[in-house]
Design a protein around this ligand. Structure first.
Ligand code: NAP
Length: 341
């Protein structure tokens, strides 16, 4: 291991103007820890919220951004038996959520804010807060899993796993959405995807989406979804929009169906038509990324089904701020990544 490491850090404040490269001491792993030489990181919508200082008072500089990354184990502390030097691994988004219900303090430890993230050459952490990556992926592909991949997996497996033949409605073509498309297809679901771009329709069909609806040209899309499903509605909605989409998502789901509330790209204060929800027995299921056990299950599914994350663009480490600007421009299809090594 090197004596020092380079990392991007919000140094004197949050915001893009405060994101600078720093050189820090590279600490060796203590007992129970491992050190990872990071190879790649990926961005999530949340990283823009952190950059803008809107992720709550606990997220403060100095802070190394980004939760999602992958690399190789380069040093192992005393007592660690589950990893070998050279293993390809991903740090967990919630380092202390292993399985079951979430620990009450899980938000104190989220990578990329409040805890330091992975946009760094080396990352040292508890071995329990790391998982081996699927063997069929490159490090850049594996770097897309910890938040985006696992959130999509959790949305399709909670409160119950999707069953073959069910219909899943997916909002948008961002990181979580395209993972949801891949996983839903592997589970044998019929998929309908919403996008703002006609250009993306062929790309979505190539990924196996059976139906695509343009939510800009069809603003009352819930009616069209009902028509497409013979008046029944979909079994599950992967609800990433929030304020402007939740009501329509509730209208688009079948009696007894599930709307998995995940995101708020259109705003945070949504209207819920309670009579429609209550009388039709709609299940609203919140998802917050997921735990380590679910990550392991997802990795098995990725390997068995040879699933590959959709990567839009990879920026070099020294141009990481451009990756943030590119994500903010919102023209991407899938994941925006940073190559670190
Ligand atoms: N709860 C959790 O655990 C969790 C985990 C991860 C992410 N999230 C949240 O989930 C959301 C998506 O995250 P992400 O990282 O996947 O974002 P992203 O990659 O930036 O993707 C956002 C996508 O949203 C789509 N979109 C925008 N307005 C829309 C609308 N009115 N209707 C339907 N789709 C719309 C766009 O698709 P088109 O370009 O095709 O129009 C865009 O590509 C964010 O709010 C994020 O904070 C939550």
């Amino acid at each position: 291991m090197e004596q020092t490491k380079l990392a991007w850090q919000y140094l004197n404040g949050l915001g893009d103007a405060n994101l600078v490269v720093v050189s820090e001491e590279n600490v060796a792993p203590l007992a129970g820890q491992i050190s990872i030489k990071m190879a790649a990181a990926s961005l999530n919508y949340r990283d823009l919220v952190v950059m803008d200082g809107k992720h709550g008072a606990s997220v403060q500089p100095p802070l190394i951004p980004l939760s999602d990354g992958a690399g190789h184990v380069v040093a192992i502390g005393a007592g660690v038996t589950e990893f070998n030097l050279g293993d390809m691994v991903c740090p967990l988004f919630f380092p202390n959520w292993v399985a079951g219900t979430p620990p009450t303090d899980m938000h104190s430890w989220m990578l990329g804010g409040p805890a330091d993230g992975v946009l760094t050459e080396y990352f040292t952490t508890d071995a329990s807060a790391v998982i081996k990556a699927p063997s069929n992926l490159t490090t850049t592909e594996a770097a897309c899993l910890p938040c985006a991949g696992l959130t999509a997996w959790s949305a399709l497996t909670n409160p119950t796993p999707i069953r073959a033949g069910e219909t899943v409605l997916i909002l948008g073509t961002g990181g979580v959405a395209l993972f949801a498309l891949a996983f839903a297809r592997a589970m044998g679901a019929h998929t309908i995807v919403l996008t703002s771009s006609d250009k993306k329709i062929a790309m979505l069909n190539d990924l196996g989406a059976q139906d695509v609806v343009n939510y800009k040209t069809t603003p009352k899309w819930s009616k069209m979804i009902k028509t497409m499903t013979n008046g029944k509605g979909v079994d599950r909605v992967i609800e990433l929009g929030g304020a402007e989409t939740l009501e329509q998502s509730i209208r688009a789901v079948r009696v007894g169906g599930t709307v998995v509330t995940i995101g708020n790209v259109t705003g945070s204060l949504a209207t819920i038509p309670l009579p429609l929800m209550l009388t039709r027995y709609i299940n609203l299921q919140a998802v917050s990324v997921g735990h380590k056990q679910a990550f392991a299950e997802m990795n098995r599914a990725i390997e068995l089904n040879k699933i590959k994350p959709v990567i839009d663009r990879v920026f070099p480490f020294e141009k990481a701020p451009e990756a943030f600007a590119y994500l903010r421009a919102a023209g991407h299809f899938g994941k925006v990544c940073v190559a670190i090594d």
